[in-house]
Write a protein that binds this ligand. Structure first.
Ligand code: WTA
Length: 653
């Protein structure tokens, strides 16, 4: 181990830096330019994509609470699908655009060229048009990780429709609320979603969801597994059959840079999930630039992001970023542990993956199953590793570095959010000294500031701690919440005036490197998935035996954070183990399996102030098994409830 490694610092190797798109000097000059004159910087880098009509205005943004408005390249026009497909046809028609690896390793993988991508996307676009979907209409996608998910996203972009992908692990209720919130005209789903050898009945879930939606909504079904499903005449459409009969080319529509590309629902600290809106021009510039530079993507590389297209990571780094760059992107239908814990590495070997991008939770769970699974495979094709979704603990970073990276591949720990469209803080592999657990430095154009959480004072010293805000706009930023610009301003611009508030706490060390310390609001991060505690609470109180519920996060060895629920039952209801199971199952069906509480504690009462506000700080401490430092409980209406909660706490680890 080098002296630097012993000190926890991993500089880029000189070989890597020599061939990288960006080395340390270039990062310094480009970053300085990007914040000194953002409009000039992005005027230049906006040219990385193809415009139908060139932009003359680059940046037009205000973070002033009450007047928040964000526009990039506003008078330019383009088509995102044309940028991801058509513009590569001269050079790359026969290059693989998408490698599809099915859940079942015995089934053949598929290699879809850019020419095939154009044809399939066009066919699907023509089917959508035939069913009346056009510019500005919303289409909800509820699909397995299959090439049709990519075709569907790109087909919407091609005709100017706005897609909203709903993760296939969400329940019918969650699907229905998203369909209704964005008033979708059509839903694209599949019969079943195979994952880890099991099958989720997507069509049956969609049928249930559509009971609660307008009966005008069309349901386009990909017959993927071919298993039997119910069929509603005049509503359900056999998508693959209609694609086969459709014209193989569909012209693309000219879109404004600020026309919405997609809506993606994400959890917030209050209320129902928020429909984050991303638009066309700025998003694509930012997704493609971060993909190329953070991962140091070069022609001929095979890029694999293991996320699901139901999350923003899948949008930006399976579909839009890579395809805008003419890359080969791998799409994996399965899970890391099926048929065994070597699957990730088997896929890396089989498809000669160059860049591998996954979540810390996956690394921690594989770490627990032993490095033997990694050592069995030839991972010599790997050039770079990445992580996303939550802070990575140094132990997992070191395991990833040693066993997967063989101590020689750079690791990029990328901090970003559904709202940010692309990477915000990340090492650049040829430029930045990595430190296990730190997302290090801002990407071009990103101006992080650390504010004191309670006074909002700027922490100007290099070494500082507080909440992470961003001082000015960048092209990949969300523009609004679907149908609710007020809520958008409230959620992100009201607490720290003049700044975008990430909702995360952070520390900046003496070298100016950022360390994300986790959410400071009521959002928890379970296995790299965002979950609003309010959503789980409202699911729990919807159960007839539950009077009240309070949900907090607690540290979980594999998941990062687990879901800890305090439940007060209706008078006369007995707390039993079977009721606990019933409530777990209830939350699974109300929201989806990812929201199932890990621990449920029966709470005869919840700690409340005299004005009736639940003191979550106390509930968090008890859930963390840190009840020695509960602080002042004298303001509680009934301090004795705390003793009961401490005595019966569920986490004693
Ligand atoms: C957390 C995922 C630490 C953070 C792209 C953020 C991280 C939330 C990191 C967004 C990281 C994401 N280090 N924390 N590298 N990446 N987070 O919207 O709390 O699903 O606010 O976007 O994940 O989650 P989201």
């Amino acid at each position: 181990m080098s002296d630097q490694a012993a000190a926890g610092i991993y500089p880029p190797s000189s070989d890597f830096a020599a061939n990288a798109h960006v080395n340390a000097e270039l990062y310094a000059t480009m970053y300085a330019a990007s914040v000194a004159d953002p409009a000039a910087f992005w005027a230049e880098h906006g040219k990385r994509i193809d415009w139908i009509r060139d932009y003359t205005k680059v940046k037009n943004s205000s973070f002033d609470y009450g007047n928040v408005s964000i526009k990039w390249f506003e008078d330019g026009t383009l088509n995102v699908s044309a940028n991801c497909i058509d513009r590569h046809m001269v050079q790359r028609a026969n290059q693989t655009a998408i490698i599809w690896e099915p859940d079942d390793p015995a089934k053949p993988a598929r290699h879809i060229t850019y020419a095939e991508l154009l044809e399939q996307t066009s066919r699907m676009a023509n089917v959508l048009k035939a069913h009346g979907v056009g510019k500005g209409d919303r289409v909800v996608l509820y699909l397995p990780m299959i090439p049709e998910a990519a075709y569907a996203m790109l087909a919407c972009a091609r005709i100017g429709a706005i897609h909203s992908v709903v993760f296939a692990g969400f329940s019918p209720d969650s699907l229905a609320s998203r369909i209704n919130d964005c008033q979708a005209k059509a839903v694209i789903t599949a019969d079943f979603a195979p994952r880890g050898g099991k099958k989720t009945a997507l069509k049956a879930n969609t049928d249930k969801a559509l009971f609660d939606c307008s009966d005008k909504i069309k349901c386009l079904v990909v017959k993927h597994t071919g298993d039997q499903t119910s069929w509603v005449q005049d509503r359900d459409i056999d998508l693959l059959a209609e694609m086969a009969a459709a014209k193989p080319y569909c012209p693309y529509v000219e879109m404004g840079a600020e026309d919405p590309l997609f809506i993606l629902y994400t959890s917030g600290s209050t209320g129902r999930p928020k429909g984050v809106v991303h638009t066309s021009g700025g998003y694509l510039v930012y997704a493609s630039m971060t993909h190329q530079i953070t991962f140091d993507y070069h022609d001929g590389d095979v890029f694999w992001c293991t996320a699901d297209v139901g999350w923003v990571t899948g949008h930006s780094y399976i579909i839009y970023g890579p395809l805008a760059n003419g890359a080969t992107t791998l799409m994996f239908e399965g899970v890391p542990t099926y048929p065994d814990a070597g699957r990730f590495w088997a896929v890396c070997e089989k498809h000669k993956v160059s860049q591998f991008y996954t979540a810390p939770t996956a690394i921690r769970s594989l770490m627990g199953l032993g490095a033997d699974w990694v050592e069995r495979y030839d991972l010599s094709s790997l050039k770079l590793l990445g992580t996303v979704g939550e802070p990575i603990n140094p132990e997992a970073w070191n395991w990833y570095n040693t066993h997967v990276g063989k101590g020689t591949r750079p690791i990029v720990d990328t901090f970003w959010q559904t709202e940010t469209g692309g990477h915000m803080l990340t090492p650049l592999p040829g430029a930045t000294d990595a430190k296990p657990g730190s997302a290090t430095k801002p990407f071009f154009g990103v101006q992080p500031v650390v504010l004191d959480a309670s006074t909002a004072a700027i922490q100007a010293e290099t070494a500082a701690e507080g909440v992470l805000c961003i001082a000015d706009s960048w092209p990949g930023q969300m523009r609004t919440l679907w149908g609710d610009h007020e809520r958008f301003q409230e959620a992100y611009f009201s607490q720290y005036k003049g700044y975008y508030f990430t909702g995360d706490g952070c520390r900046r060390d003496a070298d100016g490197d950022y360390w994300i310390t986790g959410r400071v609001d009521d959002v928890i991060n379970v296995s790299g998935h965002r979950m609003g505690t309010a959503e789980v609470e409202s699911a729990l109180v919807a159960h007839e035996k539950v009077a009240e519920a309070a949900v907090v996060g607690y540290p979980h060895e594999i998941k990062g954070q687990g879901i800890y629920a305090y439940v007060t039952l209706m008078n006369g209801i007995e707390p039993t183990d079977s009721l606990r199971k019933e409530l777990e199952a209830w939350v699974r069906t109300e929201i989806g399996p990812i929201a199932k509480p890990d621990l449920i504690q029966w709470a005869p009462g919840l700690p409340k102030t005299r004005s009736g506000k639940i003191m979550r700080r106390i509930l968090r401490k008890i859930a963390e098994n840190d009840h020695g430092s509960l602080g002042d409980t004298s303001t509680l209406a009934d301090p004795s409830v705390v003793d009961d909660l401490v005595a019966n706490r569920m986490n004693r680890g």
